[in-house]
Design a protein around this ligand. Structure first.
Ligand SMILES: O=C(O)CCC(=O)N[C@@H](CCC(=O)O)C(=O)O
Ligand SMILES: [Zn+2]
Length: 345
């Protein structure tokens, strides 16, 4: 496994279940320290750690069928491992769920992106892997010499349906100051079209880093799911470039450019309470489809959900989730105050 990673193929090494997990440390020819901490978990330390060096987690493949982010993380790993790229920041590169990726499935038994909170009972492969990833992130951010470091986490996904915004991000809800001007400027630089400001806690991977470590964290949605090799990475070039800049430039000078990024607040999260839960539109309804005030959106035992005053748009609709899980987000465009932290007006 180590040999394959050293040769630049972090992804192939992570997915080959016949290779036993071998951890190890080495330096690239450019002096970058690499540590394979487990399957699909690669820590990168630049030769010089300055005061403004960030600790950045870049994760992909938390959902096994969302392949374009996995290709982007592999590309970045290769640039560092064999092409001489020297990052300016400590990085934790993650290929999230190799077993689900090999099955070409979103998850094995249950949605791993709802398992990031505390240690999970070791019931199934998704719980086991979520535990392993949580521990890797805890160790990465808890390095004793790095307690003052600025922490970032971009958890890269792609949507399983069409979307009126091809790329967008979800900013998880936490009381911590995790909506910095730098993070929002990064989104503009990356040409993300929109961001959703969550209004409740969610047990996602990005929420875990925001809530437990005050990381500037986002779930980033990069286009629509496709098979390996069929992704149009050209459409993600601006994101890839901004990510490269984020990891290689000590302090990026970002500028806020007005209204390039559409900002939405989450007005409601519809949770599937019973098996009676229904949405009044198909599961493949495009993200950000807008419904006028009063339109019936869905129902559950003894309750009907209508679009609120001013209308609401739907994101991630899925009536087939497990009981107690989110069946969709309802969102509305919002204005924000632009301070050092972005807040909803
Ligand atoms: O297109 C979809 O319905 C799902 C895409 C996806 O996996 N989205 C993430 C968003 C996580 C978040 O809210 O931060 C998910 O559902 O886990
Ligand atoms: Zn996903």
């Amino acid at each position: 496994m180590l040999k394959l990673v050293k040769s630049g193929d972090f992804l192939a090494a992570s997915l080959n279940m016949e290779l036993s997990v071998k951890t190890g440390k080495w330096h690239t020819a450019s002096g970058v320290k690499c540590e394979l901490l487990g399957r699909g978990i690669l820590q990168i330390t630049p030769p010089d750690l300055a005061e403004d060096t960030k600790d950045i987690v870049l994760s992909s493949g938390v959902h096994g069928d969302e392949t374009s982010p996995i290709e982007l993380v592999q590309q970045l790993a290769r640039r560092i491992l064999v092409d001489g790229l020297v990052p300016a920041h400590r990085l934790l590169l993650i290929i999230g769920h190799p077993e689900a990726i090999n099955l070409h499935k979103r998850f094995v038994v249950e949605n791993m992106n709802r398992l990031f909170n505390t240690e999970n009972p070791t019931e199934n492969p998704d719980c086991l892997r979520a535990n392993e990833l949580q521990q890797a992130v805890i160790n990465f951010y808890s390095h004793p010499d790095r307690q003052q470091a600025s922490r970032w986490h971009l958890d890269l996904h792609c949507a399983i349906r069409d979307s009126e915004h091809y790329t967008f991000a979800v900013s998880p809800f936490t009381e911590n100051p995790t909506r910095s001007k730098a993070l929002f400027s990064f989104m503009q630089r990356a040409e993300l079209e929109a961001v959703l400001l969550s209004s409740s806690s969610s047990s996602t991977f990005s929420w875990f880093s925001a809530e437990k470590f005050s990381a500037q964290a986002l779930t980033v949605e990069l286009g629509k799911v496709a098979k390996f090799g069929e992704n149009d990475l050209e459409r993600l070039a601006a994101f890839d470039q901004a990510m490269l800049e984020l990891v290689t430039v000590p302090q990026v000078e970002y500028h806020w450019q007005g209204d390039l990024l559409s900002i939405y607040k989450v007005t409601r999260t519809l949770v599937k309470q019973t098996d009676e839960f229904k949405l009044n539109f198909p599961n493949d309804q495009a993200n950000f489809t807008f419904f006028d005030q009063g339109k019936l959106l869905g129902s559950d035992e003894g309750v009907e959900y209508f679009a609120l005053e001013g209308g609401e748009a739907v994101v991630f609709p899925n009536a087939n989730v497990a009981l107690g899980q989110r069946a969709c987000l309802l969102v509305r465009k919002t204005e924000v105050n632009l301070g050092e932290q972005i807040t909803v007006k």
